[in-house]
Design a protein around this ligand. Structure first.
Ligand code: 26Q
Length: 811
């Protein structure tokens, strides 16, 4: 179904006026851009409402299984422009806003992006629900409406990261619809008692009310609008007016505070989970509410639903281990709340869930102390124990040896391994890139893949071309449409292949180069306005944006940059031979991640020193715009010439920034890690700057006892760079500032930054030689665009439908 042809610009302006008057009660003359933002958002929402209701009705009445994407994070980015695009109202909006006397950019800027995620995993969830709606698959995203999203990053005078709370709900938020009438009760604590008939009953100690806040997820030209349902925790215990007296007044609100804390804040750690009770409460809170919600939706008004049909109604995808408590929860709901026997419940549960793993780092796999689960969810711990007994019996029956059974324990007696529970308790496990899925089978979950080989699958990640090409890069989008003679590529991204022959057409290459140049000028203006930076768009824009992690190796980039700086300064490289470069970093560090925060400080101070040094003026500049988020990504990616994907081989599960850059015509310098491998295969080895050790070489180094000092001693440029970090060049002469970082490099260097330095430095020459031939550079960039259509999240979703969910789009 195509969306109905909507309204004229004049009509849309009237609709905005109407919202201003009847919703906000302000005249156009009184209205601020923020008012117009709210009014316009409500107006677009009205246009999408019929499609939203139809989609929901057909989802329940139709014969297509729905997808429930369970994720602790959805990093959505701003909503207004995306909704306009999908409602077919972009031009009307631009004109209407002008007619009302506003600048459309001011209106767009009024929206505070919902930062309800840390990075890759949360953004992937947002891309996936966009694709599900665009393909027309009935789907719910289920998560948490955190009141505080990912912190807002600032830098202090010393260049250190400061975290500020992201109170994104401080203004009117027109997108989320708070549906108090569809709340769910979620309980915690207490004890388990045995009923007279031998069944078990959980007597919880306390409960919270999960209130759904619904967001529209409009598909692009599909006529479908799915739902993102984010749960907000509310207390049932309002003031207890009967019992409190004056001295107990403050105590009386304590239960309320405790309950509402559950959805208060997004945990900003994305690699080394801490076993905090509040985090487990969050996980159970949204998963329990979502499971009950799905039963309510798919068995409307039924007291005794036939839950044996549940896996035909919905399939739950577990986005990493964060929602895995849903497995024992569905068991509990079926057995305790609906009276099913264990085997029936187990059969339904294993058919309902599938698990996506997003990591290879052992320290990032969630393991919960059994004592904590026992305290918070005593009935679930019992169920997990029984799952463990059944699992061990099954392994014995399969002839698995005792040592392996011991290694595979889901429940060790002390702890519960959530990845193992997810693997056993669901139908499929998938990694997020081919290399990652192979390593999952061979290393991380080897025992499981040996025992259950058929469970394992790969689905390589993807990104939505609507947000990351069409919205972020309108110039390139127009050029692609011109080149292909159609805009159908936006829903069939493999069509980009049709651009490949145009890489040999000099006229097209020049147009492509002009698009990139114009995007760079735009970004320079944006950086001036937002950050006060003076970027020179006539230099190469070289970008590294992603969370700050040792394994991602921002250190490698900064050390190579320092070495380059030293070369120019010492005259070893004559300034005339230097290809002018602007290096742009963006990265948030987890607040408690000491070395990551020190790396941020180092980058900021290298930037300060380099940018103020007349010896390298115009040759090398370094900028670190703070608070990297979806909005900044949308501005920066289209303006990038060269992007950095330089993680240690075998550590980045996939990466998705790499895909966004390739689709926007940047060339990549990268290692054979994650999805880089597949990107390089598709765009062609000659159009990708590869360097560094392979997974096997990394493993061999670990096995031989890796010694970083050896590399420090053997590469004089590396030595010089590290010495400059320790001698105070970037700390006003203070030799202590970076001592812990330097000590780590020289004695541990777990991710082998030093071992890859020489190769990384060497490839810079190749990069600069190519950049000196603009036509050749842009030809390769075009081939990156042309051959990256595979990395659409539409394709990822098609793969999930076929390999894992076994369902399709609505008729
Ligand atoms: C877990 C427990 C407690 C607190 C926090 C967490 C937590 C939160 C977020 C653990 C991990 C994350 C996020 C992980 C993540 O973003 N992984 C990335 O996922 C991308 C999408 O698949 C991949 O492209 C990246 O390679 C992977 O690092």
């Amino acid at each position: 179904t195509a969306p109905k042809s909507p309204v004229t610009a004049a009509q849309f302006a009237d609709e905005i006026r109407e919202q201003l008057t009847y919703h906000q009660g302000v005249t156009v003359a009184q209205a601020t851009p923020a008012d117009v933002y709210v009014a316009a958002s409500l107006a677009v929402r009205r246009h999408l409402m019929d499609a939203w209701m139809t989609t929901q009705a057909e989802m329940v009445n139709g014969h297509t299984k729905a997808v429930g994407y369970l994720s602790a994070e959805f990093l959505m980015g701003k909503q207004l422009r995306n909704a306009l695009l999908n409602a077919g109202l972009t031009e009307q909006f631009d004109e209407a806003v002008k007619e009302l006397g506003f600048d459309y950019q001011d209106v767009i800027d009024a929206e505070h992006e919902p930062g309800l995620g840390n990075g890759g995993l949360g953004r992937l969830a947002a891309c996936f629900i966009d694709s599900l709606a665009s393909i027309g698959v009935p789907a719910f995203g289920y998560g948490i409406q955190y009141q505080y999203g990912i912190f807002e990053q600032e830098f202090d005078e010393q260049g250190r990261q400061i975290e500020r709370p992201d109170y994104w709900l401080t203004n009117d938020e027109p997108w989320g619809h708070v549906d108090y009438n569809r709340s769910q009760k979620v309980s915690f604590g207490g004890t388990v008692v045995e009923n007279a008939d031998g069944t078990k009953a959980w007597k919880p100690a306390w409960s919270v009310r999960a209130v759904p806040v619904d967001y529209m997820v409009p598909g692009y030209k599909s006529g479908r609008v799915n739902t993102l349902r984010l749960w907000r925790a509310k207390s049932y215990d309002e003031f207890d007016l009967l019992t409190f007296n004056k001295s107990e007044y403050l105590d009386a609100v304590k239960p309320q505070v405790k309950a509402e804390n559950i959805s208060k804040i997004l945990y900003p750690e994305d690699s080394t989970p801490e076993g905090k009770a509040l985090r487990l409460e969050q996980q159970y809170f949204f998963v329990s509410a979502s499971i009950h919600d799905a039963i309510r939706v798919f068995y409307p008004g039924q007291d005794k639903p036939d839950l044996t049909t549940f896996p035909d109604k919905i399939t739950f995808q577990l986005n990493d281990t964060h929602p895995v408590i849903g497995i024992p929860e569905l068991m509990r709901v079926m057995i305790d709340e609906y009276g099913y026997d264990w085997d029936t419940a187990w059969s339904v549960t294993t058919k309902t869930f599938n698990y996506t793993c997003h990591t290879l780092l052992p320290e990032a796999l969630e393991v919960w102390p059994a004592s904590l689960i026992g305290e918070l969810l005593p009935r679930h711990l019992e169920i997990i124990e029984r799952i463990e007994r059944q699992f061990e019996a099954e392994l014995v029956a399969k002839g698995v040896d005792a040592a392996q059974i011991e290694r595979m324990k889901i429940y060790t007696g002390d702890a519960v391994r959530m990845a193992y529970l997810a693997t056993y308790g669901g139908s499929h496990v998938n990694g997020v890139a081919e290399l990652h899925s192979e390593l999952l089978k061979d290393v991380t979950l080897k025992d499981f893949s040996d025992t259950y080989p058929d469970k394992f699958a790969n689905v390589t990640n993807g990104v939505t071309p609507r947000r990351f090409v069409k919205l972020a890069n309108p110039r390139l989008s127009d050029l692609i449409t011109e080149g292909l003679g159609t805009d159908k590529w936006l829903t069939d991204l493999e069509m980009l292949k049709g651009l490949a022959p145009l890489a040999n057409d000099d006229e097209f290459v020049k147009k492509f180069a002009a698009v990139k140049q114009a995007n760079k000028v735009d970004f320079a203006n944006y950086a001036k306005r937002e950050y006060g930076f003076d970027l020179d768009p006539n230099t190469m824009f070289n970008t590294m944006v992603k969370r700050l992690h040792e394994y991602k190796r921002q250190s490698l980039k900064i050390l190579a940059l320092i070495a380059r700086y030293a070369d120019i300064k010492s005259g070893k490289v004559s300034a005339d031979d230097v290809m002018p470069r602007t290096v742009i970093f963006g990265a948030k560090a987890a607040p408690g991640y000491y070395l990551a925060k020190m790396t941020i400080q180092l980058i900021n101070n290298v930037a300060r020193v380099v940018n103020n040094d007349p010896d390298v003026k115009g040759k090398l500049n370094v900028y670190f715009p703070w608070n990297y988020n979806v909005r900044l990504a949308q501005h920066l990616i289209p303006a990038t010439d060269l992007d950095e994907q330089i993680s240690q081989a075998g550590k980045e599960a996939s990466g998705t920034g790499n895909m966004k850059f390739a689709l926007n015509g940047a060339l990549t310098v990268g290692t054979l890690d994650g999805a880089n491998v597949e990107i390089r295969e598709r765009v062609g080895a000659e159009n990708f700057f590869l360097f560094g050790m392979t997974v096997d070489e990394v493993e061999a180094q670990y096995a031989n006892g890796y010694n970083p000092a050896r590399y420090y001693e053997s590469d004089p440029r590396l030595k010089a760079a590290i010495d400059m970090v320790s001698d105070g060049t970037f700390s006003d002469g203070d030799r202590n500032t970076y001592a812990p970082l330097v000590a780590d490099w020289l004695t541990k260097d777990w991710f082998m930054t030093l071992a890859d330095f020489t190769a990384y430095a060497a490839i810079q020459g190749e990069i600069e030689a190519l950049y000196a031939q603009p036509l050749e550079w842009h030809r390769k960039a075009i081939l990156n665009v042309a051959n990256s259509g595979y990395f659409s999240s539409d394709r990822s979703i098609e793969d999930y439908l076929e390999r894992i969910w076994h369902t399709g789009s609505m008729a």
